[in-house]
Design a protein around this ligand. Structure first.
Ligand SMILES: Cc1ncc(C[n+]2csc(CCOP(=O)(O)OP(=O)(O)O)c2C)c(N)n1
Ligand SMILES: [Mg+2]
Length: 393
């Protein structure tokens, strides 16, 4: 612990130039934020609106088109995954990022390639935006050896050391203590990497959420916790599961800087995430960022979302971040309808290629089932396949 504190202290000193840049001073338009100091931690800082709009163009045309392309790739990939699931090409569970595209691309734009990422089971889009090839992501969904996790992880458990995507977790909140531990390792060893850890709104009610935020704040760990608030945990509205449904406010309980941002605006997300990531990198301080975006379909591919009214479903269309960005780019003269269609055809071809690649790839051999369970051999470990006798003679 002494080492940890020392490492954290030296990071803080090195990063002194980044201090004092609270979220409220950032270019995070459409955001609300609160700083971490004890005197402000409990303030009703939803009023502290961080509106720094009007500071000039927020991105050049090339950047905007690249963000739009990434969002489109996630959209077409998820639609294709849904189709493959109904064709029984994908087994197990399958949760889609439809509606989260702007959030995903904005968050990933704030990270360096060497920063670590932990996500939950709704992860395909994060894997794509972190830079993993669409072929390898699709092949993992199909359970093939060419997949990100050699076909043994599936939709919920992708893991890629190269791009530092450290999962993919199906246990709600399971990723939080692991992400906190990864941040402790960084703090202990030195260096200026940052950990980002995603979760849903329902996850903010899990015990591990509080334990992780508490330790991260106490020990000054470089981790950004991101709550992707889509208003629902399966079929339960956040107002029915959270006594404080403005989840970003929970940072105050740990004297942790926190903010809420419109998750359908890619630039607003990127700018808010940059503030959070910089704070973690330069000052070794954790951050709680809440993004709000609609979940355009059911909880998973097989959920018809009957608990949603027709009006609600209609309202979702207006909240679609991709349609919104397409309109904005057209109005700004950055991408007209013809160029957009060309891009769409290109992205659709990339996704079709990924699906064909997955379909043509081999299934893992059953003898490799246990190959990646432990890093090193475990003496006396009993490896039993389904239908094997319980006792071996
Ligand atoms: C510990 C645990 N409890 C319950 C579940 C079942 N479960 C899977 S997803 C989910 C809802 C989580 O909602 P949220 O955190 O809002 O994420 P979202 O699915 O909306 O992205 C639940 C209860 C689980 N996987 N793990
Ligand atoms: Mg949710």
């Amino acid at each position: 612990m002494a080492e940890t504190t020392k490492a954290a202290r030296s990071r803080r000193t090195r990063g002194a130039a980044g201090q004092g840049k609270g979220a409220s001073g950032a270019a995070a338009s459409k955001a609300t934020a609160q700083d971490a100091g004890p005197e402000t931690a409990n303030a009703t800082s939803a009023d502290a609106s961080a509106d720094a709009g009007g500071a000039g163009p927020r991105a050049d045309a090339e950047t905007l088109i690249s963000y739009y392309r990434q969002m489109l790739l996630i959209r077409r990939f998820e639609e294709r995954a849904a189709r493959a699931y109904t064709q029984a090409k994908i087994g197990g569970y399958c949760h889609l990022n439809l509606g989260e595209e702007a959030t995903i691309v904005g968050l990933m734009a704030a990270l360096r390639p060497t920063d670590y990422l932990f996500t939950n089971y709704r992860e395909h889009g994060y894997a794509l935006a972190k830079g993993i090839d669409a072929r390898r992501v699709m092949a993992e969904l199909y359970g093939r050896t060419t997949g990100v996790s050699k076909g043994w992880g599936g939709s919920m458990h992708m893991f890629d050391v190269e791009t530092r995507l450290l999962g993919g977790y199906g246990i709600v909140g399971g990723q939080l203590p692991l992400a906190t531990g990864a941040a402790l390792a960084i703090s202990y060893k030195g260096g200026d990497d940052v950990v980002m850890c995603h979760m849903g709104d329902g996850t903010a009610a899990i015990g591990a959420f509080h334990e992780s935020l508490n330790i991260a704040a106490l020990w000054d760990l470089p981790v950004v916790f991101v709550v992707i608030n889509n208003g629902l945990g399966m079929g339960t509205p956040v107002e029915r599961s959270a006594a404080e449904p403005e989840l970003w406010r929970r940072g105050a309980a740990y004297r942790m800087a926190s903010a809420r941002v419109d998750g359908t605006d890619v630039l607003a997300v990127r700018d808010a995430a940059r503030v959070a990531v910089e704070r973690a990198r330069a000052e070794s301080k954790p951050y709680l960022l809440e993004t709000t975006s609609p979940r355009l379909r059911g909880h998973s591919v097989v959920d018809p979302a009957r608990y949603r009214s027709a009006e609600e479903k209609e309202a979702l269309k207006a909240a679609d971040p991709l349609a919104r960005m397409a309109l904005e780019l057209e109005e700004a003269g950055v991408l007209d309808a013809e160029a957009r269609e060309k891009l769409d055809a290109e992205v659709t071809a990339e996704v079709e290629d990924a699906a064909a690649f997955a379909d043509d790839s081999p299934h893992p051999d059953v003898s490799t089932l246990f190959d990646y369970t432990y890093a090193t051999p475990v003496p006396g470990e009993l490896r039993r396949l389904p239908a094997d006798p319980v006792f071996r003679s």
